[in-house]
Design a protein around this ligand. Structure first.
Ligand code: HH2
Length: 298
């Protein structure tokens, strides 16, 4: 029988309990109680894993409702692929893709909707239509107006680290001190959004697996994820089906990377992650509950 797990004890500095409380619009999530799961829904023709699957509005709505039924705590909706080499999409086109889906889901879903965008205009339209969280993979690096929009709506904000731009970020990325540079960059982003009026309790940080990182960098981030505890905010991780898993396991097809994804999720939870961004909601929830039970009994 699954009982609710206690606090995990794996962060190098143990954050205070209120550091796990996440406020996003009308929602308050207690990320200290258990690992939260964010289902990925890309309303795009070209995302690396689910591209095309949810490009049709009805398919997207159905997919999101299924993920929620499977137990997803948040649905993350994106209208622009940020995979390496992806073509950038204009704000108008991105809005046309995500808005109808968010508008319909906000009436039907009982869990918060997150919009995966780097553009303040897209974020504002999504928040008006009922989204509660903005997932900015550029951590305000792309559009400095993002902080003010998030503050205006009292939304939640995921700040993700990315080195460079999606088009070129995988051309030989290098770091002197990988974790130190990620933490410093996220610290500056936190300061920026604070100045824009975003409350600390509405901020989550993410090391940005695969965004300007080699296979070795991604593996090291997972090994040393607990270092991010220094930032005093909950940590989100998105490893799901990503190419570093394909490279380690020699699997070209992203949908064949489930077992590898589950291994990365287990390690991420052990190293303090509070939110996992995944395609395979049902399977990852089982991994999360199992891992939490082991940690509690350890
Ligand atoms: N990864 C992707 C997109 N958004 N957001 C956060 N916070 N963390 C991540 O690791 C992350 C993210 C890339 O994956 P995906 O959306 O599945 O593919 P694509 O960018 O091709 O749409």
């Amino acid at each position: 029988m699954i009982k609710s797990p206690p606090q995990q004890k794996t962060n190098s500095r143990r954050p205070a309990r209120n550091e796990f409380s996440f406020k996003a619009g009308k929602y308050r999530l207690d990320l200290g109680a258990r690992t939260y799961i964010m289902g990925v829904l890309n309303v795009t023709p070209d995302s690396f894993s689910d591209g095309g699957t949810f490009f049709d509005k009805d398919a997207a709505v159905k997919g999101a409702l299924e993920m929620a039924k499977d137990g997803a705590d948040i649905i993350d909706i994106g209208g622009e692929s940020t995979r390496p080499g992806a073509r950038a999409v204009g704000a108008g086109e991105e809005i046309d893709r995500v808005l109808p889906v968010i508008a319909e889901l906000s009436k039907k879903l009982g869990v918060p909707i997150s919009v995966d965008t780097r553009k303040a205009r897209v974020a504002e339209e999504a928040l008006k239509a009922g989204a509660a969280i903005v997932n900015d993979v550029s951590a305000l690096g792309y559009d400095p107006a993002m902080g003010a929009v998030v503050a205006k709506y009292g939304a939640g904000l995921i700040l993700m680290h990315m080195k460079g731009e999606p088009e070129t970020m995988q051309r030989n990325p290098s770091y002197g001190d990988l974790m130190g540079e990620i933490i410093e960059s996220l610290r500056l982003s936190i300061e920026k959004v604070r100045r824009a009026g975003v409350a600390d309790e509405s901020i989550i940080v993410d090391p940005g697996i695969g965004f300007g990182k080699t296979v070795e960098h991604n593996l090291e981030i997972l090994r040393r994820l607990d270092k991010l505890g220094e930032l005093g905010r909950p940590v989100c991780v998105g490893t799901s089906r990503k190419s570093f898993i394909g490279k380690v396991l020699s699997l070209d097809d992203p949908s064949a990377r489930l077992a590898g994804t589950l291994a990365t999720c287990t390690v991420a939870i052990m190293k303090g992650a509070r939110l996992l961004r995944v395609h395979d909601v049902r399977e990852v929830i089982q991994v999360a509950r199992m891992t939490e039970n082991i940690l509690r009994r350890g």
